[in-house]
Ligand binder design. Sequence first.
Ligand SMILES: CCCCCCc1ccc(Oc2ccc(Oc3cccc(O)n3)cc2)c(O)c1
Length: 257
Amino acid sequence: MTLSLAGKTFVVMGVANKRSIAWGIARSLHNSGARLIFTYAGERLEKNVRELADTLEGQDAFILPCDITKDEEIEKCFATIKEEVGTIHGLAHCIAFANKEDLAGEFVDTSRDGFLLAHNISSYSLTAVAKAAKELMTEGGSIVTMTYLGGERVVTNYNVMGVAKASLDASVRYLAADLGKHGIRINSISAGPIRTLAAKGINDFNSILKEIEEKAPLRRTTTQEEVGDTAVFLFSDMSRGITGENIHVDSGYHILA
Ligand SMILES: CCCCCCc1ccc(Oc2ccc(Oc3cccc(O)n3)cc2)c(O)c1
């Protein structure tokens, strides 16, 4: 058993720029010998993803759009991937969104639309994508999604995204129960805060980073690289006995009261 992913193909969903967690996962996958397929949402990101993919030596990345809020788009995206490569061996789901006004103030004030939007993009999209990807995982596979501590306990300002992550975390367990018989594992990585484009939507983000540097057991914040390396472990045979699990890559912060 090795961490090598040579000869295997993985779909990475959610690269926005070089600071994205999805890009950290893509780089670790590439360094482990994987072939990569990138999907992005919104034409304006295609150039970013192409430029980043071109920096991966010897990687012949396939890049295509996928708006995960539309079932027909997901179907078309995976039909295209099936034509291009036939079989995939794993998928990284690094997609979430909530309206900025729902990431501040009090959770009790969340609108119905804001609640549904956050759950549609940040939680249901995993189930929709897993259903489509399952058909291409003819040799089994491994799915990894990104979650956060705010789905396990109250983190100020995380609000509706925390409730959506709780839904995502439960989805990982129910999907693991369904997909195991097809040789498909599904797990989550709970990453400590990283300064990404998404983090710009979080009020007072800097104070959280400072608190982590002062209090986390490892006394430092989390990097895209270490999240990427844990993803490679979850995509590799080294984690063949693990499904429905969540691994905290957060310098140990979650163990503190
Ligand atoms: C108050 C919590 C501090 C630590 C938050 C760590 C974290 C950072 C980014 C995370 O990902 C998102 C993704 C989308 C998102 O919604 C956004 C992002 C930017 C603008 C906007 O209007 N919505 C909020 C967080 C995430 O789930 C968790």
